[in-house]
Design a protein around this ligand. Structure first.
Ligand SMILES: Cc1ncc(COP(=O)(O)O)cc1O
Length: 391
């Protein structure tokens, strides 16, 4: 039995994941590692499968946003180092200890509370990376005094090992590099302050995809590779620069569920915002905004059928969309590409992001539990994972 009962699915090309890791491997210094960022369920691609492929392709650790995401990786049998990049409530630190997961600290009080919690729980020690805020304005210590307070709190915490220090760039994907350079200078000053205070530095990291592309020499001990792992560029500017050749890993596909040719003028979908002319062929596809296919694509987006673009007509519904098919021979069951390539045509995540007024990062992250993920290697299906039925 097919593991899913609606003909709409994501395809993830594991060869592309491997190729993207190898492209960065060739670009960054040999001594710099690769931490594959698989938060948000691997940017919608599937954290476990992408994490495993990244680790077998040259990455040596993984990163996620929250502890729950890290536990999923461990429950799937992944034993590589996993870092939680976001804030973890102190009440949960014993879970990190149980699964051997590294956490991020941004202030000394959290360290003291975490130590007390681990002592209370009789837990094993965990690794801690200190986050420094050099200009992202999100999490992290802001100056050398704060940083030294966190280091000293860690030095007085038998259950917390200082295993890393990092910062995150806000503008490394932009043509103007002044903000990124200023952040890097602040980061270097913080590292110098630690050395002056006689501290031995643990793993140091700062680069996201954009910084790794533009400033590979800032790789330090590891880069944190997110969007580039999935074959997407951090910005239109860096896509145009094409410092690296990346291969998009995700496609979104479906099959025609219904097709008709208008005998006379015919309105389509809620609000009757589109009127098909006599002779136009309209196909109905089983995907909608409840799947994470944006309603902003109503009367704006397009799909690929028989190697041609077919415009979305009428409003995107919760579970279905309608498209104006070019070919006379369209049939129920024909494959349609919503994101990705078909023949010589492509609908890129960049194009879709532009149509809905967001960035390419958000588009795959929106695809939710209703859409099964089909993994392919060398063109063959290796596994199907359906979040709706396989929890
Ligand atoms: C702290 C942190 N680090 C790294 C990333 C990955 O960024 P890209 O997807 O742009 O590579 C995200 C993030 O929040």
């Amino acid at each position: 039995m097919k593991p899913f009962c609606r003909d709409t699915w994501v395809e993830v090309d594991l060869n592309a994941i491997r190729a993207n890791v190898e492209a960065f491997r060739r670009h960054i210094p040999a001594a710099t590692g690769i931490m594959a960022v698989v938060k948000a369920d691997g940017y919608g691609h599937g954290a476990v499968h992408v994490g495993q492929e990244a680790l077998s392709s040259g990455a040596d650790s993984l990163a996620v946003a929250m502890l729950d995401e890290a536990v999923v990786l461990r429950e799937a049998g992944i034993t590589a180092p996993v870092l939680v990049l976001g804030y973890t409530p102190v009440e949960s630190v014993a879970i990190a200890s149980r699964w051997g997961i590294e956490l991020t600290a941004s202030h000394a009080e959290w360290v003291e509370q975490a130590e007390a919690e681990l002592t209370r729980a009789g837990a094993q020690p965990i690794g801690i990376h200190i986050k420094t805020d050099t200009g992202m304005g999100r999490l992290g210590v802001r100056d050398a005094d704060e940083l030294l307070q966190v280091v000293e709190a860690l030095e007085h915490s038998p259950h917390l090992n200082w295993t890393g220090i990092f910062t995150h760039f806000a503008c490394a994907d932009e043509e103007d590099t002044s903000h990124a350079r200023a952040q890097h200078e602040r980061f270097q000053a913080l590292l110098s302050a630690l050395r002056t205070a006689g501290k031995t530095l643990p793993r140091v990291h700062c680069c996201n995809t954009a910084a790794a592309m533009v400033f590979p020499e800032w790789g330090y001990d590891t880069i944190r590779l997110g969007i580039g792992l999935y074959g997407l560029y951090p910005s239109p500017y860096l896509k145009q620069q094409a410092v690296l050749q990346l291969t998009p890993a995700l496609s979104l596909k479906t099959r025609i569920a219904h097709v008709k040719t208008a005998a006379e003028a015919m309105t389509v979908s809620y609000g009757a915002t589109y009127t098909a002319k006599p002779g136009e062929t309209i196909a109905t596809l089983p995907i909608g905004y409840a799947d994470g296919f944006s309603r902003l694509l109503s009367n704006r987006g397009a799909v690929l059928h028989a190697g041609s673009r077919a415009p979305i007509v009428g409003r995107v519904c919760m579970d279905q969309i309608m498209v104006k098919i070019q070919s006379e021979t369209a049939q129920v069951g024909d494959e349609v590409v919503l994101y990705g390539r078909q023949g010589m045509e492509e609908i890129s995540l960049d194009e879709v992001a532009g149509l809905v007024g967001t960035i390419n990062y958000e588009i795959p992250c929106m695809l939710n539990y209703r859409i099964p993920r089909v993994y392919r290697r060398d063109g063959e299906v290796t596994e199907v994972f359906h979040p709706l039925t396989m929890t």
